[in-house]
Design a protein around this ligand. Structure first.
Ligand SMILES: *Cc1c(COP(=O)(O)O)cnc(C)c1O
Length: 378
């Protein structure tokens, strides 16, 4: 891998397997009726994979929409020449509504006051596309009563600066065993949808499924699913991974190379705090990655390992800002590839393994790995 081609002088890089993303989008499509739209969720720089690459790949593989969290993320896609419909799933400031309108970006609204404040900022010659968000149990954003829905529908209808194009909600427990809470959310959503249809007529887009719901409860959906984590080949929750009916292909792998290899004597200490001591003669390798890259210190604890020549090697001593040490099975040349996430020969260290090591969810791992590590598309 020629990492110098991306102006990187350090041998630490992330590979993004775009074919895996394509395959995951195609897989979710096979589970749903052909009329169901797929929104590829590419917020937070495509969950750390690179939003523009993921967006293009997903659209070429059959995705219809893109979902982001922030208005700036949507503008970045437009500026990169992405022309597909985009929905900002999070709230935006009413005075920025004109930016969304200018870039033909659909927005999420859930407060009557927001519509009143946004309207004067809009060009009366074209309409801002609005999806109404209902809070049915997530407790984050969304309208929580029918009167607000009715008020907002009235405002959308009477103001030519707006077009009502969608209604949606977000599920809190779709990745867990037990579907009682999910059923309650769906029931609440169904009544909002029913009411909105009675008042406003047919609604172009009605959506509630995230990855977990789109994979575990397909067929339940209205006419769009919002596909995030599993597009990257990751399970929403390790506990319910067995319930996923398609095989997902992980897109991200993380690699580096040994920069220094040495034999140490028994009782030699390694790294800050001298917390690790060699118990016998050991081969210790240095790897140029650290918490300054988002490779957290906690990776070295709980038996965290990396792959060298297809073998698992433990991280030893504290992880530093830019470097860390590993124990090698024998003398191994400087320059040898070290895989922190991904496959070598028959061994694999998955993002699921790393997330369990750090007592967190899969989502956090690729988001943590920051822009100091170049992404190379393969
Ligand atoms: C992030 C997000 C999604 C995608 O969720 P995944 O679990 O990654 O599939 C869908 N909808 C909303 C509103 C989101 O914020």
């Amino acid at each position: 891998m020629d990492t110098h081609s991306v102006n990187q002088y350090r041998d630490t890089w992330i590979e993004i397997d775009v074919k895996a993303i394509a395959s995951n989008v195609k897989s979710v499509k096979t589970l749903h009726h052909p009329d169901v739209n797929v929104m590829a969720v590419v917020k937070a720089d495509g969950y750390g994979h690179g939003a523009v690459t993921v967006a293009r790949t997903a659209l070429e593989s059959g995705a219809d929409w893109l979902g982001v969290a922030l208005l700036e993320e949507a503008v970045e896609l437009r500026n990169a020449g992405v022309d597909a419909p985009i929905l900002v799933l999070g709230p935006i400031n009413p005075q920025d509504a004109s930016v969304a309108q200018h870039y033909r970006i659909s927005i999420t609204a859930f407060q009557s006051e927001w519509l009143a404040e946004a309207s004067p900022h809009l060009d009366p010659e074209s309409a801002l596309h609005v999806h109404l968000k209902c809070d049915t149990g997530m407790g984050r954003i969304g309208l929580t009563d029918e009167q607000t829905l009715l008020d907002m529908l009235k405002m959308l209808k009477s103001d030519k600066r707006f077009t009502f194009t969608g209604i949606f909600t977000h599920l809190a427990t779709a990745d867990e065993w037990g579907s009682e809470y999910l059923s309650r959310q769906l029931k609440a959503f169904q009544s909002y949808v029913q009411l909105a249809k009675e008042v406003a007529g047919p609604i172009p887009y009605i959506h509630y499924s995230n990855s977990a719901a789109s994979l575990r409860y397909p067929g339940n959906d209205y006419n769009m699913v919002r596909f995030g984590i599993s597009m990257y080949g990751l399970v929403p929750a390790v506990e319910t991974a067995t319930d996923i009916p398609v095989s997902l292909k992980p897109a991200m792998s993380l690699h580096s190379r040994l920069t220094h290899v040495k034999k140490v004597q028994p009782e030699t200490s390694i790294s800050y705090g001298a917390t690790y001591q060699a118990s016998e003669e050991e081969w210790i390798g240095t790897v140029p990655i650290g918490y300054g890259d988002g490779w957290l210190r906690a990776n070295a604890t709980n038996g965290g390992e990396v792959l060298v020549k297809g073998q698992r090697c433990p991280m030893v001593g504290r992880i530093c800002m830019d470097q860390m040490m590993i124990r090698l099975p024998s003398e191994i040349p400087v320059g040898t590839k070290v895989t922190l996430i991904g496959k070598q020969k028959h061994e694999e260290i998955s993002i699921e393994e790393v997330s369990e090591r750090l007592s967190t969810i899969t989502y956090e791992i690729p988001c943590l790995l920051n822009g100091r590590i170049p992404r190379v598309n393969i």
